[in-house]
Design a protein around this ligand. Sequence first.
Ligand code: NG1
Ligand code: ZN
Length: 551
Amino acid sequence: EEQQCLLLSSASHFWPPKGVKLSYGTAGFRADASLLQSTVYRVGILAALRSLKTRSVIGLMITASHNKVSDNGVKIADASGGMLSQHWEPFADALANAPSPQHLLLLINEFVEKEGISVDGDWQVEVLLGRDTRPSGDALLQAAKQGVTSIVGAVATDMGILTTPQLHWMVRARNKGMKASEQDYFEQLSSSFRCLVDLIPAEKCKFDGVNDKVVVDGANGVGGVKLKDLGKLLNGLIIEVRNSSEDGGVLNDGVGADYVQKEKVLPNNFGSKDTGIRCVSLDGDADRLVYFIVPPKSSGRIDLVDGDKILSLFALFIREQLSFLNEKEDMKNCHQAHVGVIQTAYANGASTNYLKLLGLEVNFTPTGVKYLHEKATEFDIGIYFEANGHGTVLFSESFIESLEARTNEISLGSKVLGSEGEKAALRLLALSKLINQAVGDALSGLLLVEVILQHMGWSINKWNELYHDLPSKQLKVKVADRTAVVTTNAETVVVSPPGLQEAINEETAKDPQGRCFVRPSGTEDVVRVYAEASTQEAADTLANCVAKLVD
Ligand code: NG1
Ligand code: ZN
């Protein structure tokens, strides 16, 4: 009774905007920030219910990632630290769209019963709140707090301005009973980075004053600020941050990973002076990164080293460690690891060929990291990346245990850093602590790239030469109803409207390396077109022709 009153009175301050239908989508709710007060409030309620149901700490992140600064969004970090269980998404949609406080209350009561959520007060609900640097973030955070605390006894803990992956990491750490502050996050990343540096083979040049600098485009967002803090704990690696939120530029405007990857041009404040230096772009909430090279006499164009190539670098390093691990006498404690690589249809075809040539098992899922992440959990080591730079490496509990058993032998002093196999086990363990196990993380991804390049003794150019990307082109088409396009086979084949796929096939067949697909975006009101072909002109033509078919 007290609960019902509390909900009704607090919900009466948060009427939904008229005539707007919201959908949780692949990355939570996103819209113009002015429309989101009631949505964020309601996601606060959802997060509190999720905490009750899972008997865990839950996270709520306010961000619209790479979208424009006037947008904002909200998503939930589930008990595991990953994305909200897909099973709850329809409830999220229903809550956000409930037309009145009374409807909202009805929906909540129904759902609590259906899910068997016990509201007897024997679990202390706690929701960790985070937000990026968007000016609308503070007001939306207040709405989220109201939502969480409209469940009797629930606590909302404001963790401040964070990157999205930091919040996910904290939720995961809390639920594992580990220390979970921002300082703990920085310490885990820097100490596992140091461990990997210490294990670089002696003959390889370590950070040597020439190769130790990386220049980062922070998208005028939160990532740059955090990277500066993290950088203070690192030895050897010098991180120069440009386009950080305090520098005064507009978030994601002519900067950031999404811009750089899609347009293949230099972000603001980068130029010919950066030729030959390793450059990186983060996105607005620092869960994506792409590297790039400024070619000599660049007229704004760049050589992009995208998520597919980051994936390939990680896969190579992991494969090398596994081969050491499996050498003769070292076989005993470690079972043969089952490694899986996960990509989407946006992965450049050349990357997929390369990974298969390495003998790796490549799997495809629909776009959206929740799908890639879920697939990656099926392996001892699951490596996933979207071409746009969102990805990570997941380790199974049992494989971590077998690595720990191996490294315990070392610390027991039987041999001091004896065999290659033991060093490989230490490297893989450090990697599993460096790379974020909850979600893709630009900060930990950057550190892992940097230390692997040092380990290999490679320049960014050498890395970029692993394979050559096929020319590609992406377009978006505004249509009346994007849901009219229905796809199958990890979004590579259109099943509806009828005839569209046949028409796409006809265009694609005109180039020997042609590949093309269309799909409705999960985050914007558009249909996306992706085309790949043997030349840039052919890729552009293919994309343009298919865009006309969709229109
Ligand atoms: P949509 O709008 O569904 O294409 C975009 C990205 C996804 C993913 C989500 C979430 C592309 C082509 N799509 O999704 O990969 O990152 O945003 O942020 O980059
Ligand atoms: Zn992002």
